[in-house]
Design a protein. Structure first.
Length: 440
């Protein structure tokens, strides 16, 4: 090397690079997978002149170095990965300075298997147990997780981490998980309800009895939530009401010590939505029990006619006439309506381990005397269970689409036998949001 070259090399420092996340999850065949931002710099050099590449992969059956693409200019670049197969791979990201000096970082990558309707699917990372979702406009939704009390704001059009999060544990006065399973919005208020049932071991957990509200300010990416109020006696009110009506639905037995909630005669709420044209009467949709009036059972909705006052001022719940719906032997996993009072109901099994059991999507006009209409059967070969419908399109328009979300908490996403909710790194936890055409 000449003296001039040595002087030139000495005038630059070692280049640096920083990854916006060290862990990244993708899916085989997915569209809109998340990316990692790479920030690069070198003393005395224009950042735009630095080169960023992915140089090696620890497992080429998952993704090779050439399956990673780098885009962008200047100090910040984006690395995206197109997965070849399910599993884990460490990818080496390298920056090369203007003088040939290099620096590297490791990106820990995990890929889940291809699913049906991959092109219509997006992955909400940061948690795996999505259980309820509410549209907040501008292509964004707030999503609850039944394993924590954290609400997360996501961009519905792309895969990736939440834009914003809120944990209302301290405001609701609970230290354990509420087991949030249902949500409904009226104006600027979102109502959230726990499952109201025992835990999976049949133990009573008071936090699960919580119903609380959040006030919405703004919309889209600018959405902000603030705590409103809470109510903790809805389960007690339901049991007393059922007893007073001859134990028609067996709520007392379903909430007894040792009773597992996800049984056909258990007690577990998973849907919440308001009655047609009402801002005060809300329907509680039950995963269990099934109404025992006919063989195979019907799905159960119980109207609470003063839902606003129950949470707002602590008034005891008042109940209307229960509604029994024929969902083909399935129960309510979510229920959502639009401003035209058109409902979509996600129907699934009451069973605890039901990833391979049937799921279906029904429409309903809100009239208790009218039967729901099956719109489509939902995929059951993919991991996870269908838990949420974000919003309801105009069901009179051909080709209308709705976005549904799975709870992937018990799914083995990466083929290593580890359930998603037990994964060490939040970036590898995820639920799937998929668009379905619901009108012909």
């Amino acid at each position: 090397m000449s003296m001039g070259s040595q002087a030139q090399a000495a005038s630059y420092g070692t280049p640096s690079l920083t990854l916006s996340a060290s862990y990244l999850s993708g899916a085989v065949g997915a569209g809109g997978d998340p990316v990692v931002n790479v920030t690069v710099a070198q003393s005395g050099a224009d950042a735009g002149a630095l080169t960023v590449t992915v140089t090696r992969s620890s497992k080429t059956s998952v993704a090779t170095a050439t399956d990673a693409s780098v885009t962008g200019t200047g100090a910040t670049r984006q690395v995206a990965v197109a997965a070849r197969g399910r599993g884990y791979a460490d990818l080496t990201v390298q920056v090369t300075g203007v003088d040939g000096q290099t620096a590297t970082k490791t990106l820990h990558y995990a890929a889940s298997a291809a699913v049906q309707r991959s092109a219509d699917s997006r992955y909400l990372t940061g948690s795996s147990d999505a259980s309820a979702a509410v549209d907040v406009g501008g292509g964004y939704a707030v999503v609850a997780d039944d394993e924590s009390n954290t609400l997360r704001l996501y961009d519905r059009s792309t895969s990736g981490a939440p834009v914003r999060t809120w944990d209302f544990s301290s405001r609701t006065g609970v230290s354990k998980e509420i087991d949030i399973e249902g949500a409904a919005r009226v104006g600027d208020t979102i109502y959230w309800t726990g499952s109201l049932g025992n835990n999976k071991d049949g133990e009573y957990k008071s936090a699960r009895n919580t119903v609380f509200t959040t006030k919405v300010t703004g919309s889209g990416a600018s959405t902000t939530l603030t705590y409103g109020g809470s109510y903790a006696k809805l389960r007690d009110n339901l049991v007393a009401w059922d007893k007073a009506n001859g134990n028609r639905y067996g709520f007392a037995a379903g909430t007894a010590a040792g009773q597992i909630p996800k049984q056909i005669d258990g007690f577990n709420v998973e849907g919440l939505e308001f009655a047609p044209g009402s801002t005060t009467t809300a329907y509680l949709g039950f995963r269990a029990p099934l109404a025992p009036a006919v063989p195979g059972g019907k799905a159960l909705l119980v109207p609470v006619t003063n839902f606003d006052k129950m949470v707002g001022s602590g008034a005891s719940a008042v109940f209307g006439t229960p509604i029994e719906l024929d969902l083909g032997g399935l129960s309510v996993r979510d229920i959502r309506k639009n401003t035209a009072n058109q409902y979509l109901i996600v129907a699934g099994s009451w069973a605890a381990d039901d990833n391979s059991d049937p799921y279906a999507l029904y429409s309903w006009d809100g009239d208790p005397a009218h039967a729901p209409v099956k719109r489509l059967d939902l995929p059951t070969s993919d991991p996870g269970g269908w838990e949420s419908v974000v919003d309801v399109p105009d069901l009179s328009v051909p080709g209308a689409r709705a976005q549904l979300i799975t709870d992937d908490g018990s799914a083995d996403l990466y083929g290593d036998g580890v359930e998603a909710k037990d994964l060490t790194h939040p970036e590898w936890k995820k639920s799937r949001a998929t668009w379905f055409t619901v009108t012909g």
